[in-house]
Write a protein that binds this ligand. Structure first.
Ligand code: SAM
Length: 210
C-alpha cells in the first residue's frame, strides 16, 4: 500500500529482493490482477528459494524466484515488460541487505523504477557495516552507527523492559532516517510506520519515489 502499486491501475513490474519464501511476491499478483502484474523474487538462501517454488506451485502461480545474492544482482536482467513502471518491495531486508538495496536504488541502474518500499530489519547485524555514503558524508561516525545498531537490537531482545525496547525502536528509526540522507536528491524518501506495531515491533520502513 505504501508503494502505491494498488492505486496504479496499469501494468506494473515488481521485484522483491530478500523475498524469502515468496509470500509477498505471490500476494502482489493476488492484490492486483495477474494480467497487469509481473513479479520476480530474489533470495540467496537455497532452502527459502526452494520453498518459494513450492509456494508458487501451491497457489497456482509460476512467478520466477532466483537464488542470488542481491549484491551480485544486475537489475536490468529482471527488467519487466518494456516501459512498465517497476516497484522494488523488500519485507524485512536484514541489516546490510537494506543498504545494498538502497545503494542500487540510488545508483539509478534499475530500469523504469517508479517507487520502492523497504521494511527494514535486523539493524544489529549492520553494526560493522556503516554505508560508505554515510561514512563519507559525516552524518554519523562508524562508532555512532555501531552504537545505534546495538540499541536497535533491543527491539527483539527477550526479557527487556518495554522502555528499553522503545529505545531500540527509536534507534531503528534513526538509522533508517540516516540511511535516506545518503540518497541522491532526485529520490524523494521518508521513513514511516508500514503496519501496526501489534503485528511486529519491526514495523517501520523506507518509502521512496523516483
Ligand atoms: C528476515 S528474512 C525476510 C524474508 C521475507 N521477506 C519475509 O518477510 O518473510 C530476510 C531474507 O533476506 C535474505 N537475504 C539477506 N541478505 C541477502 C542478500 N545479501 N542477498 C539475498 N538475500 C538475502 C535472507 O536469505 C532471508 O530470506
Amino acid at each position: 500500500m505504501a508503494s502505491g502499486i494498488l492505486d496504479d491501475t496499469g501494468p506494473v513490474h515488481i521485484v522483491e529482493p530478500c523475498c524469502g519464501n515468496g509470500i509477498l511476491t505471490a500476494s502482489t499478483t493476488f492484490l492486483r490482477s495477474p494480467h497487469t502484474t509481473t513479479s520476480v523474487g530474489i533470495d540467496r538462501d537455497p532452502e527459502r528459494t526452494q520453498r518459494f517454488h513450492t509456494v508458487m506451485a501451491t497457489v497456482g502461480q509460476s512467478l520466477p524466484g532466483f537464488k542470488l545474492d542481491i549484491a551480485d544482482v544486475r537489475y536490468s536482467s529482471f527488467d519487466g515488460p518494456t516501459q512498465v513502471p517497476t516497484y522494488i518491495l523488500a519485507k524485512h531486508a536484514c541489516g546490510p541487505a537494506t543498504d545494498i538495496i538502497l545503494d542500487r536504488i540510488g545508483s539509478g541502474d534499475i530500469p523504469n523504477l517508479c517507487a520502492s518500499v523497504i521494511a527494514t530489519c535486523c539493524h544489529g547485524t549492520a553494526q560493522e557495516c556503516i554505508p560508505s555514503a554515510l561514512a563519507s558524508s559525516g552524518a554519523v561516525t562508524p562508532s555512532e552507527w555501531h552504537q545505534l545498531a546495538k540499541f536497535a537490537d533491543w527491539v527483539t531482545a527477550s526479557g527487556v523492559p518495554e522502555e528499553i525496547a522503545t529505545i531500540g525502536r527509536v534507534a531503528m528509526r534513526v538509522m533508517d532516517c540516516l540511511r535516506i540522507t545518503a540518497l541522491p536528491d532526485h529520490i524523494s524518501s521518508h521513513v514511516t510506520e508500514l503496519f501496526p506495531s501489534s503485528v511486529s515491533r519491526k514495523n517501520h520502513g523506507i518509502v521512496m519515489t523516483t
